[in-house]
Design a protein around this ligand. Sequence first.
Ligand SMILES: O=C(CO)COP(=O)(O)O
Length: 254
Amino acid sequence: MANERPRPLVAGNWKMNGLRASSEVLSEIMAGYGAGLRNRADLLVCPPATLVAALAGAAKGAVGVGGQDCHAKASGAHTGDISAEMLADAGASHVIVGHSERRADHGETDAVVRAKAEAARRAGLVAIVCVGETQAQREAGETLTVVASQLRGSIPAGAMAADLVVAYEPVWAIGTGLTPTAADVAEVHALIRTELGTLVGEAEAGRVRVLYGGSVKPSNAAELMAVANVDGALVGGASLVAADFLGIARVYGA
Ligand SMILES: O=C(CO)COP(=O)(O)O
């Protein structure tokens, strides 16, 4: 059981992009999600919160729909925030937490990220917990210590593979067209799997999907997805174009 590879997940993070007309992208993704691919990999689209309900309604569960962030509390006086319960009510199955853009733009600490991941679990959502080093940290040789420390601080105690996905996104690879070498990705993903073993137990750790994110494109997806302990991708820019998103997912099947 522990040797079984988790079913791959290809997730699109639309970030702050998308209007109601963007539901067309989802329609194209659904049209291209044929049996050959459907039998081998799960697809997830994480649009801005304004589109979660509409896209979840249109996807009818064939493609998952997720949020990009949630508040740690279920409700209350937090103007502008959205709770995990609200995302679940809107039809979301997943929520991204701790994306480096939120860590940077909103000062989110590991403790905040962990509280959000706990909120996701409380609401019945899968938390996609993001970790990754900056360019300066990589140059200083701190990649493994930074990622290990983010994991220890951000993963909720008692997390299970059914409610947790980890995404390794080197900050310097996001939106830059740069990617780590396959060997660098392998090294970090092996570390993540080992750390997860300590945090959630060996059996669960083997089943947690660990995604790679950062400039994934159809042209480099096959190489990145073939790396040991890479169970899919978290795709930014290329997820806004159905053909590119499908081109990435199709490394798992036509
Ligand atoms: O941040 C990302 C996904 O969460 C990656 O973004 P890009 O694919 O645009 O580099």
